[in-house]
Design a protein around this ligand. Sequence first.
Ligand code: GMT
Length: 378
Amino acid sequence: MKIGIVCYPTFGGSGVVATELGLELSKRGHEIHFITYKQPVRLELLSNNVHFHEVHVPEYPLFHYQPYELALSSKLVDMVKLHGIELFHVHYAIPHAYAAYMAQQMLKDEGVYVPIVTTLHGTDITLVGSHPFYKPAVTFSINKSDAVTSVSESLKRDTLRLFDIKNEIEVVPNFIDIEKHEPNFTDCQRSAMANENERIITHISNFREVKNIPDVIKIFNGIQKEVPSKLMLVGEGPEKEAAEYLVEELCISEKVVFFGNSNEIDRILCFSDLFLLPSQTESFGLAALEAMASSVPVISSNSGGLSEVNKDGFSGYLSTVGNVSEMTEKALQILKNDDSLNQFKLNAKAQSLNFDIHAIVPKYESIYQKTLSKCLVK
Ligand code: GMT
């Protein structure tokens, strides 16, 4: 199949999922065209089967806001004409599903029907999409998609609760390429980050309010009072500065490393003992899954789809949002001795195997096939 993938090219989970999906589909013989405003961060290798088409939005002084949707829908039309793309798979409803629908209508006018598969990722539904300013357009684009998927049962429930949806929503969980997370480091240089007697606690995110960064720091503060440890904070975002102030206020600056965005997530996870994800809301928690695939247990909140990913008492623990003292206590239970930590590490890895890329990607392929045959009649 010739598939056009539309996504955000940044470090966010939806872009990562879209990129990994495209790469795996290309290995399975499909021709993949990534269409977005920048080369996706995890798209390093371009091959015969993988193409990247950049959407340019020319600046024009009349526009207070540059019309990205318009440029994207025009680009989609051109790419179908040039490359014979048969199906659009758009990740994150806003504005991708909307732009794809416009492209579909323009193409339909010329006698070509390109079906749209829309994957809902989380904030496009729970935070941004349900805002009254966007809601009618998001509802419309979901209902006009030829197939809709969501990354967790919890997100499907939220979508049905928040929007008037007429379409079927199929849950296809996010996935992980287990092989990429096999330890291939002879030495991940743990000693450069911490002393041998210290535990390494890690958090990776886009540092938005929803990630509850102050709780990450407070939980770590409680841990380090009992167990010698270091905190690795990976990512960039609007809450980072406040986080730096809080670390200073708690006098733990020497124990906290701010990495910024990193392409060395595998190495960081390789030397981590525990992952913290106390988010206010999380449709899935891809970062937690990546941690587990690297044998790192997870202390998380129980919001959204996190309980579908992290198994309480097995791959880590879950607590209600904001319950810092319980999260600290559970973290200490995991870290209390080597036996307990090693058992949780084994369990985390075992739990991640349920999300193996080789089991999940065929679900998308079968959705594409079903959608294409259903749309032949349109
Ligand atoms: O977490 C973010 O803020 C980024 C966002 C995105 O769209 O990139 O992540 C969402 O999609 C991820 C991939 O499906 C999920 O793993 C995240 O849980 C989800 N984030 C939220 O729901 C807050």
